[in-house]
Ligand binder design. Structure first.
Ligand SMILES: C[S@@+](CC[C@H](N)C(=O)[O-])C[C@H]1O[C@@H](n2cnc3c(N)ncnc32)[C@H](O)[C@@H]1O
Length: 501
């Protein structure tokens, strides 16, 4: 990193702009194309900043004291330097794929190609990791597009024979034999409003709180000729959560899914990713696990989750056929969002009790037994919900659980809870609250939800409302959950394994 960073600093100190500085960093390490992609790439993704005091820079471009041991460069006050830019990267979904992962995806994608193999494309190529991995694998014609000029300049130096253009990945173009890449992941709250509106117009099949990765991945696969292949690094959530189900349904119906792995970590971000390889236009065909496409399509959520094995969909179907859903016997909703147009949470939520204030907790406080106080003023809140959701005795479920076991407890104190909780208020007179907590937290239910809806569960109201429950169980106090679900020893063990036990 030192060599690339020194070149950047020297060019910038001579008055060069960010573009010139990044180019000289890339040229300084040009004999090692992966160093260009990764080291000059890191500089391309940094912000061009001016030091307000003497400082040191680490190889990751974090600012430290000028004499800190981790510093590899010293910047004097008033001098330009490249500053690591976490929020800018998140807004653009700019996270570059490490060499091993890019090579692995390219190898698996090439195995999936039928017929000629002349053209390879990455529509959001960034600093060029996939372009270089495709070039190494011997694909003769390589094409890349991205919107980030600095990243593109790095890619041009790393893979000089590739044809690299500034262009929008969401535009259609001529078909290619192979498309490999890692599309930008940008959650709805970080997306530009106008762009989101435009995407809804162009892709009317998009639904709900879609991440930008969904239209990007759809268009990327559409760029591949029939029999060619696409290999993508996807956020694992897009493979299992409801917002990606439309994309997954399209894929399973049209293409042959030839590799599916994950969840696995990705350097520099806290999310986990999945690797997906599809042969274009030759589906539907069985998944790598042997699960039949028609079985998977029978599940509303179409989870593309390596956890799913042959036989699982039959088990889900048999449980569904003997049960109703919790949502038909109870009101299930998320808690309130206390901040709003008229100010932050701070103006409504307090540590002290005062007349008129209601007890309040977010999930963390609720399960730690801590309570605060809220001025319940619907007009000042984003999503106030209703006192009728909070005042009756109810069950509170922690919404985000990931790998962990489900957390739920009874509340008999009329606690107003925040949106990190899901609330269950029984409508059916026989729905006993303590027994309901036992059901919601039962590992067999958690295993069932993980099979049906993906192994990283977030217990949004839709998920909690989908919990299977039978009228027999309601009227038979001693009935176990395994009896209610009609499980054999084998299927019970399957659900326990799925629950991670
Ligand atoms: C996760 S990065 C991946 C970069 C590269 N493919 C890799 O794996 O190393 C996503 C890239 O998408 C680019 N991007 C975001 N919106 C784009 C758009 N509309 N068209 C083309 N590229 C875009 C960002 O600039 C960023 O380089």
């Amino acid at each position: 990193m030192r060599e690339a960073l020194e070149a950047w600093l020297a060019t910038a100190a001579r008055g060069g702009d960010a573009f010139a500085a990044v180019r000289s960093a890339a040229e300084a390490v040009a004999s090692q194309p992966w160093d260009v992609v990764q080291l000059a790439g890191r500089l391309a993704r940094a912000k061009y900043a001016i030091a307000e005091e003497d400082l040191g820079l680490t190889p990751a471009l974090k600012v430290v004291a000028p004499d800190a041991r981790s510093a590899i460069a010293r910047i004097d006050e008033g001098q330009p330097y490249p500053l690591y830019d976490a929020s800018g990267r998140a807004g653009r979904g700019a996270f570059d794929t490490p060499v091993d992962m890019a090579r692995r995806v390219v190898r698996a994608t090439l195995r999936a190609v039928e017929g000629q193999l002349t053209t390879g494309l990455d529509t959001a190529c960034g600093t060029g990791a996939f372009l270089l991995a495709m070039a190494e694998a011997g694909i003769p014609e390589i094409y890349g597009t991205d919107l980030d000029e600095l990243a593109l300049e790095v890619a041009r130096i790393a893979v000089p024979h590739a044809r690299i253009l500034r262009d929008d990945a969401l535009r259609h173009g001529p078909p290619v034999d192979v498309m490999c890449g890692n599309p930008p992941y940008v959650p709805p709250e970080l997306q530009d409003r106008e762009m989101r509106k435009e995407l809804r117009r162009r892709f009317p099949w998009l639904r709900g709180r879609f991440d930008l990765v969904v239209p990007f991945a759809a268009v990327a696969v559409d760029r591949v000729r029939p029999g060619g292949a696409a290999g993508l690094v996807m956020p694992f959530a897009a493979m299992v959560q409801p917002y990606g189900s439309i994309l997954r349904r399209r894929w399973v119906e049209r293409h042959h899914l030839m590799e599916l792995s994950g969840p696995m970590g990705f350097p520099g971000v806290s999310i986990e990713v999945a690797l997906v390889v599809l042969q274009a236009g030759t589906g539907p065909r069985p998944l790598p696990s042997g699960v039949a496409p028609e079985e998977l399509l029978w599940l509303d959520n179409v989870p593309l989750d390596p956890i799913l094995q042959p036989g699982d969909v039959d088990l889900i179907e048999s449980i569904r056929s003997r049960c109703v859903t919790l949502g038909s016997l109870a009101t299930v909703d998320t808690g309130l969002v206390a901040h709003g147009p008229a100010g932050g949470k701070g103006s409504l939520i307090h540590d002290e009790h005062a007349p008129g204030r209601k007890p309040y907790a977010d999930a963390r406080d609720f399960f730690a037994g801590n309570r605060r106080w809220i001025d319940y003023v619907p007009g000042k809140m984003h999503r106030p919900k209703s006192p009728a959701l909070f005042e009756p005795n109810k069950v509170v479920v922690q919404r985000i659980r990931g790998k962990g076991p489900v957390k739920a407890a009874v509340d008999r104190n009329g606690t107003f809870v925040g949106h990190t909780c899901t609330v269950i208020v029984p409508k059916h007179p026989q729905l006993d609250l303590d027994r309901l907590v036992g059901l919601v937290t039962d590992p067999l239910i958690s295993g069932f939800l993980r099979l049906e809806r993906g192994q990283r569960i977030d217990l949004y109201p839709k998920d909690v409302a989908s919990i299977p429950i039978s009228m027999d169980w309601l009227s038979t106090p001693g009935m176990t959950v395994a009896e209610m679900l009609g499980l054999t020893t084998e299927s019970e063990a399957r659900l326990e394994r799925a629950a991670g036990r």
